[in-house]
Ligand binder design. Structure first.
Ligand code: SAH
Length: 387
């Protein structure tokens, strides 16, 4: 698809609110993001042209649908929450979601109606079905379905799964997750595997990764390869480096670094399930020089700095809120020659760059990558060197 192609407007754009840049051509979206990165980050270094997608549609390989009961039409609905509310807007297909995942969710809704599964009601705490999450391995085709309920009792589960697999034989695993809490999180802490191995695998940059229901995994695998390749290029590995992967998730960046010249990899991540995935990902890829630890990244790096440990490259990929002053001050104390910052929020990135550049680092390269077409979100990779 050409970058100027017109895309049919989404009828739900206003209600859903997920695609803030819906009304722009793809080229205009790219210009908007380039401008935003330049405005926020330009004072720290030259911002390279954003790396775009050839086809910016249907890139999301993780799709979640909320379920609710429509009293007016007396039937079960699935879709997205209307922005700033808990009203479900029905969705059958979406411009940015994986097509097969959307089809599977429609099938699940149909089956749920015929099995008379009730939607869970947060206020009365009655009913059963809250969400369905579908994850598709972009390069493996493996498909995981997670059925999230508000109550643990799933009496028809055997027949339900049987019927689902009959309609969608390409599903490789089905998990039942229980989330009885009143939170914004889709998944609760408990998983029961109903079919298959309970996770899927995907391949990125020549490595194979396990994705469990609760683990973070980039939603746009095609652009993730572009992002990780940029991060590796900025890390400048030669075969001798100790590589610290902070906020490492399932270890993706660190493990790719291990196959591309890092001598030793140390990863830290808060989410215990993700750390377990990272360790098994190391074994799965026959990587023996990578260690992963569960814990708070700021605390972990502060202890490393206080113990006088040295690393050559710090790779940091924090969540939207960015890093902390504690973390950044430990980075400056350890003073590795290279820091690579991967960020999904240019605002917090700008704040953190201000700290790093006033404490001895220079931003050498700033590379935006379009990971989330049609949304306002911008991903950036920054290479920092000791000034
Ligand atoms: N680098 C990984 C994950 C990036 S997402 C990848 O590319 O897949 C950010 C990660 O930071 C998430 O996995 C989240 O669980 C983790 N995280 C959030 N707060 C943290 C903290 N205080 N300490 C360590 N990890 C944290």
């Amino acid at each position: 698809m050409s970058n100027t192609a017109t895309i049919k407007p989404c009828p739900l754009a206003k209600k859903c609110g997920g695609c803030q840049l819906q009304n722009m051509l793809y080229d205009e979206q790219l210009a908007f993001k380039q401008h935003k990165c330049k405005r926020l980050l330009g004072r720290y270094g030259k911002v390279s042209p954003i790396l775009s997608m050839e086809d910016p549609t249907h890139y999301r390989c993780k799709v979640q649908a909320a379920f609710a009961y429509d009293y007016r039409h007396r039937r079960l609905l699935s879709g997205v929450y209307q922005s700033n509310s808990h009203r479900v807007v029905p969705v059958n297909d979406c411009l940015i979601e994986n097509r097969r995942a959307d089809e599977i969710i429609v099938t699940i809704r149909k089956l749920a109606r015929s099995f008379k599964l009730q939607a869970y009601d947060e206020d009365s705490k009655r009913g059963f079905l809250r969400h369905v999450q579908v994850r598709v391995g972009y390069n493996t085709g493996e498909i995981m379905v997670v059925i999230v309920s508000g109550k643990p009792m799933f009496s028809s589960k055997r027949n339900f799964v049987k019927a689902l697999l009959k309609e969608c034989p390409d599903i490789t695993t089905v998990v039942h997750n229980v989330n009885p809490y009143h939170t914004n999180l889709v998944l609760g802490p408990k998983n029961e595997v109903l079919f298959g191995k309970g996770y899927i695998e995907d391949e990125l940059c020549g490595c194979t990764f396990r994705i469990s229901p609760g683990s973070f995994y980039q939603v746009n695998p095609q652009q993730t390869e572009v992002l990780y390749n940029t991060a590796m290029d900025f890390a400048g590995l030669t075969g001798e480096e100790t590589f610290f992967d902070a906020y490492c998730g399932t270890g993706t960046i660190g493990l790719i670094a291990a196959t591309r010249g890092a001598k030793r990899v140390i990863g830290v991540e808060l989410n215990k399930t993700a750390v377990r995935d990272a360790k098994s990902n190391a074994r799965r890829n026959d990587i023996e020089n990578a260690e992963f630890y569960a814990g708070d990244a700021s605390r972990f790096i502060t202890e490393m700095a206080e113990a006088g440990e040295q690393v050559d490259v710090i790779m940091m990929d924090p969540p939207r809120a960015g890093s902390t002053e504690e973390f950044l001050s430990a980075v400056c104390k350890m003073a590795p020659p290279t820091v690579v910052y991967v960020s999904c929020n240019p605002e917090t990135l700008a704040r953190d760059l201000k700290y790093l550049t006033t404490h001895g680092y220079i931003a050498k390269k700033v590379q935006p990558v379009d990971m989330f077409p049609f949304t306002e979100h911008c991903e950036c990779v920054v290479k920092l060197s000791r000034g």
